[in-house]
Design a protein around this ligand. Structure first.
Ligand code: PEP
Ligand code: MN
Length: 352
């Protein structure tokens, strides 16, 4: 049983409830949602009569909602919160009516590259600049990113073009640094089950974009999100980026069904990343269109001024003209499923 308190409820309400439950032999664990206390009630199955009903709990002081949970991730499940979580990032809503486009290079390489990407992103309706400053590379010999210098360049490029920054954090020790420059912290596929990192991004205030692990089930992915929310940060967006399969022709297998499935299981926004999901430039736009048609709240895509020369993920990075074409197509698919681009993005596109 999970109990959520009203935002205005105080610790005394929670203490009173804890004490009342202790009298029945039930223990409670405090879960944190920022500005809102939540309790998980736990007790011996041998004493079912001790369990209070939802109605009984909801009549107690400060309680907003109480639900028995049939899933191990109550905080992110629809059972407890049927309405979608909306995440506002400096005036742009993620998870609302509008589709959100996030574009940029795989990795920040230099000033000219990131500024060119920011201009192309803005001109084609994106409201976020993506890009890695800290890169989790499979090989220790591959480009590892510019680190802190990359964060500074990215922030400057995004500010120059009125964009928000989404960038990856790979270590708990870097969370404060990355949060000092970024608007959204990305947790990458390779770190989806890095529980120390999940706790660290959960303990700070920036929204989190949580990629699906390389071979993670929906339940494992939602439990990773549950870690972040339980640590105090309810602003989590999920991003489907393909999973490992037996097919070598594509980098990953794009699981488009993840979008409607997660829509049922969780109230968190769901985005798609057609770049890592396919690994091939020629397939990216089609996968993006499929993701939007399936109901994704946003698309995270890799672009590069000269993909052939990219230091990472060149084969899956779109040229600016391919990106323009994709954005035009996405706007049409989005309109067909009643998900217009963000108003700010529409304005930018008509200006370009
Ligand atoms: C990325 O977005 O550049 C990235 C490394 O993604 P993923 O964690 O999905 O592989
Ligand atoms: Mn990449």
């Amino acid at each position: 049983m999970v109990i959520l308190f009203h935002r205005g409820a105080n610790e005394a309400d929670a203490d009173a409830l804890r004490a009342a439950m202790a009298c029945r032999g039930l223990s409670s664990r405090t879960l944190r949602r920022r500005g809102q206390v939540a309790l998980a009630l736990e007790g011996a199955a041998a004493a079912p009569h001790a369990w209070p009903s939802s109605g009984e709990l909801e009549a107690m002081s400060g309680v907003w909602r109480a639900r028995a949970s049939s899933v191990p991730y109550p905080l992110v499940s629809r059972e407890l919160q049927p309405e979608p979580t909306l995440i506002e990032v400096r005036g742009v809503m993620v998870g609302g009516e509008s589709l959100v486009l996030m574009a940029g290079p795989c990795a920040v390489e230099d000033e000219a590259q990131i500024f060119a990407c920011a201009a192309a992103a803005r001109a084609n309706g994106a409201t976020f600049l993506r890009g890695g400053a800290f890169k989790p590379r499979t090989s220790p010999h591959a480009f590892q990113g510019l680190g802190a210098a990359g964060l500074v360049l990215m922030r400057r490029a995004a500010d120059a073009h009125g964009l928000r920054v989404v960038t990856e954090v790979v270590s708990p020790a870097d969370v404060a640094l990355v949060a000092g420059h970024a608007d959204v912290l990305q947790v990458g596929a390779r770190n989806m089950q890095n529980y120390a990192l999940l706790a660290a991004v959960g303990a700070q205030a920036r929204p989190v974009l949580l990629k699906r692990g390389l071979s993670a089930t929906y339940e494992e992915w939602l439990l990773a999100a549950e870690y972040v929310v339980a640590a105090g940060n309810p602003q989590v967006m999920l991003c489907e980026r393909g999973v490992r399969s037996f097919e070598p022709a594509t980098r990953n297998l794009f699981d488009v069904a993840a979008v409607p499935m997660l829509r049922q299981l969780t109230h968190l926004p769901v985005l798609v990343d057609p770049s890592h999901a396919t690994g091939r430039r020629a397939l990216v736009a089609a996968a993006a269109r499929a993701g939007v048609a399936a109901g994704a709240d946003g698309v995270l895509v890799e672009i590069h001024p000269n993909p052939e020369a990219a230091l990472s993920d060149g084969p899956q990075s779109l040229t600016f003209s391919e990106f323009r074409q994709m954005a035009t197509q996405l706007a049409r698919v989005a309109a067909a499923v009643d998900r217009p681009f963000a108003a700010e993005a529409r304005d930018a596109r008509t200006d370009a």
